[in-house]
Design a protein around this ligand. Sequence first.
Ligand SMILES: *[C@@H]1O[C@H](CO)[C@@H](O)[C@H](O)[C@H]1NC(C)=O
Ligand SMILES: *[C@@H]1O[C@H](CO)[C@@H](O)[C@H](O)[C@H]1NC(C)=O
Length: 371
Amino acid sequence: MGRRVNMDSLGLFVLLIPTFSHWTAASSADEISWSYSGIAGQSEWSEYFPDCGGSSQSPVDVITTQTKYDTSLVPVTPLGYSQHGNQPFSMHNNGHTVIVELPEWMGLGGLPWFFTAVQLHLHWGNGGPGRGGSEHTINGRSSDAELHVVHYNAELYPNMSAAMTQRDGLAVLGILIETGEETNPGFNNILNYMSRIRHADQRAFIPAFDVQSLLPQDLGRYYRYNGSLTTPPCYQSVIWTVFHERVQISKAQLLKMEMMLYSSKIQEVDRMLLQDNFRITQPLNHRVIFASFSAESGRELSSGEVTAIVIGVMCGCVGVAVIIRFIVKTIRTKETEKSQEKNTDLVLTITSKAERNERKEELSPSPQTEP
Ligand SMILES: *[C@@H]1O[C@H](CO)[C@@H](O)[C@H](O)[C@H]1NC(C)=O
Ligand SMILES: *[C@@H]1O[C@H](CO)[C@@H](O)[C@H](O)[C@H]1NC(C)=O
């Protein structure tokens, strides 16, 4: 699939790189044109943005059996997400994704510091049959898309630009999106207005909405690790929270997301659809991914555990059988003793004989019913 980068920027780039490569990448990151594939594609990012070649990059593949259960990880708490007010939200197409700016009273609790909300944006695939679209993957499996809600550490830093370069500067919520039958009304608050920002650099104001309606129900089960921005300049400043529960949107909603926007500007002759705007997973490099929940219940059992369970169950059954046998024996012994007592009584013996004769008659099979 063809990918085009802004040739003017790239030309400037090529001229500057031999002499000022570090300076260029560090000081004019915003002006440098990058893309997800092609000449300035993700495999080249680290040439212009050194942090993209760092050892704590995002996204990552979460291998659930290698996560570490951490009991200190409490549920994250969105603050003010539902108090959206009357002021419209600003939404724009930056050529890489759709960004909705969030009011500063929205924030995030449940982390060691208070974080203030900045913006949310999405990553998606290309409308084709192939899987893919999410940035994070779970056990190697992609989701159809991914929502990121970005916050900065308001306790340690005065604003987003100061925080984004610092360790512990940002907290991003990662929400994996998959398709199902039902329309997700929360996502229509964004999707219904995307036609107003089809071209890069276009901006629109959209009605304020309940941002929490975009999140999964279960905010208590998530994966936590230290990582980076998933786009240049890839600063390694993000405390990541990737939720275990995925949210669902309809196939039509996903298709709208995938087919609506252009990465090209309105004045550009060649329109380029904005698709496959996800970065491939990055090496963990000795990092640990913590889980707020015990993966036990969802985990497949090892053969050793299966053996242990089988032996346990068998021992249990044998034990119960022995106990039942003991009880039955005890009862029988008592009955035998009783009947022996009874046998000493002549009258009862005669009665029981009579009964036995009656029962013999009852039990003798009638010839008519024989086959
Ligand atoms: C962010 O804070 C820094 C440090 O106080 C300041 O120099 C900078 O101007 C601020 N930037 C914005 C965009 O407010
Ligand atoms: C992230 O890095 C900080 C500082 O090195 C460390 O204290 C913290 O435990 C790390 N968190 C995770 C989830 O790895």
